[in-house]
Design a protein around this ligand. Structure first.
Ligand SMILES: [Zn+2]
Length: 165
């Protein structure tokens, strides 16, 4: 397997951690009637004990200025060394319409998965879309998220070794 194959394969998004999805739903509800918005970041599945190549969405980086309350302030913004760019975005539609607006479609080109959460923010009140704005399946994965401190234990050397492996 060539290096490019490995890179593409490891960039596959396997799903979103259940804890992360729940956090996004809670944050959206807490922001109501204002819109909640953040960027999705991932962790290598193997670092979460999942024996598959690919990334699992584990973190939400809240866009500065959209934090409306104390709940959002607890957002997991740990710096994950192997995550160099956002995988996509998440934002809420306080009007409850779970479909991309024309403005959303203009921004979806950046990143490969975009989650829209609609009021009343219950467990099923969300949908993932691809960069074209088409509904796409996003698995919800029951994985244990490591403590933030664990992330900082990884060094660039670890990452280099992983890429070589
Ligand atoms: Zn929108």
């Amino acid at each position: 397997m060539g290096l490019l194959d490995a890179l593409f394969r490891s960039n596959e998004i396997l799903g979103i951690a259940e804890e992360t999805l729940e956090f996004a739903l809670e944050s959206s509800e807490a922001s109501h009637p204002h819109e909640y918005m953040g960027f999705l970041r991932g962790t290598e599945a193997k670092r979460l004990g999942v024996d598959r190549d690919g990334l699992i969405i584990t973190d939400i980086l809240v866009v500065p200025g959209t934090e409306a309350n104390s709940v959002s302030a607890t957002v997991k913004t740990s710096q994950i060394p192997n995550d160099v760019k956002a995988l996509g975005s998440v934002h809420s539609h306080p009007n409850g319409v779970i479909s991309p607006s024309s403005a959303d479609l203009e921004t979806f080109g950046r990143g490969s998965v975009h989650i829209i959460i609609g009021a009343p923010y219950d467990r099923g009140d969300w949908q993932a879309f691809d960069s074209q704005g088409q509904p796409t399946n996003l698995n919800v994965l029951d994985v244990d998220l490591p403590d933030t401190e664990d992330f900082f234990d990884f060094t660039q050397q670890d990452i280099d070794e992983e890429l070589r492996g």
